[in-house]
Ligand binder design. Structure first.
Ligand SMILES: [Zn+2]
Length: 175
């Protein structure tokens, strides 16, 4: 099944009035800021967004975006597969509703001169925020475990050598 591309820009107020629902993808290759932090280009993130008006009369939209990416493991510096899931809830700031009116469950988003928001840009921001700060393999899968043995050997030789500076220190003390 071919997923439809969700619109780049939308009028969140009109969409809220019409209770618009989008279910589709954002082209992965257009998300250049996200791609910069990846080992290889990711596929198209799957995105769903629902617009509506809540009980307080506030226009809002909620949604989620998910994509599988390859990033570098902080520990061993080899590629690591990570599933990113971003969930978000926004309310547009307009002449009719200001950020102070919004409950904490919404983030405020400014509309441009045409009363629109950039949905693709917003999804990209959310995916970047949902990226793990220090991605690491599970201990079992991590390359470092194998390297650790090598390090162990090095450590031993360092330990042997470290006798010498210590001995030198003792020599100095005696003087
Ligand atoms: Zn690793």
């Amino acid at each position: 099944m071919q997923k439809v591309r969700i619109p780049v820009t939308v009028d969140p107020v009109k969409s809220a009035n019409k209770k618009v629902v989008y279910d589709g993808v954002v082209p992965g290759k257009t998300l250049t800021r996200l791609q910069e932090s990846l080992v290889e280009p990711c596929s198209d993130p799957e995105v769903s967004v629902e617009f509506g008006i809540d009980e307080q009369g506030i226009s809002y939209f909620t949604g989620k975006a998910k994509v599988a990416v390859k990033v570098l493991c902080e520990r061993c510096n080899t590629p690591l597969d990570v599933d990113i899931l971003a969930q978000f809830a926004y309310a547009p700031v307009t002449k009719r509703q200001v950020a102070d009116d919004f409950p904490d469950s919404y983030e405020a988003v400014e509309v441009n001169d045409f009363g629109e928001i950039n949905l693709h840009g917003l999804v990209e921001d959310e995916l970047i925020l949902a990226m793990p700060l220090a991605p690491k393999h599970d201990a079992k899968a991590c390359q470092v475990d194998r390297d650790a043995m090598t390090w162990g050997e090095i450590d031993e030789s360092v330990a042997e050598e470290s006798d010498n500076p210590f001995a030198v220190l003792q020599e100095l003390k005696r003087k």
